[in-house]
Write a protein that binds this ligand. Sequence first.
Ligand code: UGA
Length: 445
Amino acid sequence: MKKLAIIGTGYVGLVTGVCLAHVGYHVTCIDIDLGRIKKLSNGQCPIYEPELEKLMKLNMEKGNLEFTSTLTSGIQEAEAIFIAVGTPQRTDGSAELKFIQKAVFDIGMTIRHDLTVIVKSTVPVGTCDMVKRTFETLQPSRQIHVVSNPEFLREGSAINDMFYGDRIVIGADHREASIMAEAIYAPFSVPIFCTDVRTAELIKYSSNAFLATKISFINEISTICDKLGANIEDVAMGMGMDKRIGEQFLKAGIGYGGSCFPKDTQALVQMADQLNEDFHLLKSVIQVNQKQRGVLVEKAVERFGSLKGKRVAVLGLSFKPDTDDLRESPALTIIDKLLAEEADVVAFDPAAQYHTINTLKIPRAETIETALKEADLAMIVTEWKEFVNLPLSTFKRWMKSPVIFDGRNCYPITNARNEGIEYHSIGRASTFSTPMNNKDFAIKE
Ligand code: UGA
């Protein structure tokens, strides 16, 4: 059985490690965080990801998967080492590489055999070349190939993406290294695209930047829909039917969040800046996203005049459903804005990490009902199925007045209208007033 090692048991490292073990490799996952390794060794998954814990335990029982905090033992005999450590955002927007550098240094000081190092962390273009130079200095007599292998996993569907993704990108400057990486991924039957190292690094940033661009684009269109009385869902569907455009990532909402799009778009702008290139388009995408996070509160202020003392039930905190991740979640901006308006805020989320909520100093509701009880208005921030499947009559039953501001367009307008609920959503007519017939925009004859 081929032996693989993975450094970093964060989102990417853990999912990759578990899936590689599942297809039959012997995988050792390494992390300097002792607490995390202890948890993992006890079969407890530290992140919320559908199917991950089940698959993890199964492969631990099979003897394919183990966890250690000791790099020296973890990488022994490994034919390939994956680096999947974090590259957090620096204050200037660029990617922090100190964890990569440490991992590379530790490997370089420890390794006693030739091998391939596969960089999965999202890293600025040129990083793999830097990694290669470090190995050449630390281990001049060894053959250590460096491969760029960016990941395209989405939180909440990462296991599925690993097995059925659209593509695996392998960037290598050495045929032997490319063949090695291709062979590792052969059991996944996902198309493999091979290129050089720098191109692979750039594919990752370009992919995330393009998806973010689609989202900001549709969000701007949704504002125009609001003003014209057009329907954003139909606009997106009508556009998406054109295969050149595609239907995905055209869901208008309250802006993208998470640990990837916000960070990677900033990093790409920063990369361009360093090349004396002004990435106008991407800068606008980021600006639009910031603005979009304020849309729900703006709509509420416009409706009520003031939110002072109003009880607001925030439904959903994670940046998207099926994850407990609050990083860069639009919910955080929305809550800050509500508190600045002196609203009385309570939040409910089926999975989000509540310790972060406590730092926001807002009460946490244990159930949807306690959040909605006596609320003057509700804001839907994450499209958890718990909210999408909630009968609209529930809002009427529990709230002081059933006024909903839905940042994710969870319900058909007609259902809200039939239920007699005041319902404001994104880029769609509200049930509060008739669809706007903007006279200023009347076609001039
Ligand atoms: C994203 C990419 O989709 C993955 O391919 C990539 O591997 C990953 O970043 C990464 O770089 O690690 P993720 O951040 O997990 O994955 O989440 P997405 O499903 O892409 O959603 C990102 C944000 O965009 C969410 O806040 C979501 O609500 C928002 N979104 C997405 C929209 O507002 N509209 C859409 O149509 C789609």
